[in-house]
Design a protein around this ligand. Structure first.
Ligand SMILES: O=P(O)(O)OC[C@H]1O[C@H](OP(=O)(O)OP(=O)(O)O)[C@H](O)[C@@H]1O
Ligand SMILES: O=c1cc[nH]c(=O)[nH]1
Ligand SMILES: [Mg+2]
Length: 234
């Protein structure tokens, strides 16, 4: 899959060390399927049932891209025929969905990483200030995961991603990836400059935010579209 600044994979080695290929910054996931699904997701006429499927598909494509530098270690198995040398992912991986909208990305990422731990963070944007408000955080005080993947379909001002990154920094997570389907240029730039070590994966970067800090053209409120809570009378 083509990525604008995607870190190189360890390619071909039986096992690899993430430090060799890890690179912070913004990684634009580019692929015809990604562009096709993002376009359908943007459409106002796309109903929540289809919208959820598009989020799942895009999350899987993105996770495939974002996991290419995960370290592996040798793992020998016995087939019905004989022993075979293989590999397994090394270390603990934490999936960190930001409630609510990030929940829509959890299952496809867990399908790819069934051994991962899921640590939820509850954040919503205050409607008047667009500042993130934390309402759920049960991260343990100790034993951080080795790699955390923050899941949130939208990165607008970057306030919510920043709050999540701060929380994971306090937990002591050494490598953090942010997976957002659509980002605003200003928000993604702000997060990248505050957390240059973070790997930020996005499918599309939109040019601006409107007066209510919604992404333009964006897709509206991702949480409402996933959970079918848009008020039809608004
Ligand atoms: O970059 P930011 O300016 O912080 O905006 C992005 C955040 O806004 C949305 O959440 P929202 O507050 O709508 O909560 P929800 O997921 O419960 O709908 C979105 O899912 C992000 O978490
Ligand atoms: O455009 C936006 C901005 C924040 N949250 C969303 O769901 N959409
Ligand atoms: Mg919302």
């Amino acid at each position: 899959m083509a990525g604008a600044t995607v870190p190189g994979s360890a390619g071909g080695a039986a096992h690899s060390d993430a430090k060799a290929s890890r690179r912070g910054g913004i990684h634009l996931v580019r692929h015809p399927l990604v562009e096709h699904h993002v376009t359908r997701m943007r459409r106002e006429s796309t109903r929540p049932s289809e919208f959820r499927g598009l989020v799942r598909r895009l999350a899987a494509l993105m996770a495939y891209e974002a996991t290419q530098d995960l370290p592996t270690q040798p793992y020998r198995v016995t087939t019905p025929i004989c022993d075979a040398d293989g590999v397994q992912i090394k270390g603990r991986i934490g999936i960190v969905p930001i409630l609510r909208a990030g929940l829509g990305m959890v299952d496809p990422v867990l399908d790819l990483l069934p051994m991962a731990e899921v640590w939820h963070l509850g954040l919503y944007r205050d409607e008047a200030t667009a500042q993130p408000v934390s309402y759920y955080d049960k991260l343990p005080a100790k034993r951080p995961v080795d790699v955390a993947m923050i899941l949130d379909p939208m990165l607008a001002t970057g306030g919510s991603a920043t709050a999540a990154l701060m929380t994971l920094r306090e937990w002591g997570v050494p490598q953090v990836k942010v997976l957002s389907l659509i980002a605003a240029q200003a928000g993604v730039d702000a997060v990248a400059s505050q957390f240059p070590e973070a790997q930020i994966y996005v499918c599309q970067i939109d040019p601006e935010l409107n007066a209510h800090k919604f992404i333009v053209p964006g897709l509206g409120d991702a949480g409402d579209r996933i959970f079918n809570t848009l008020d039809p009378h608004e």
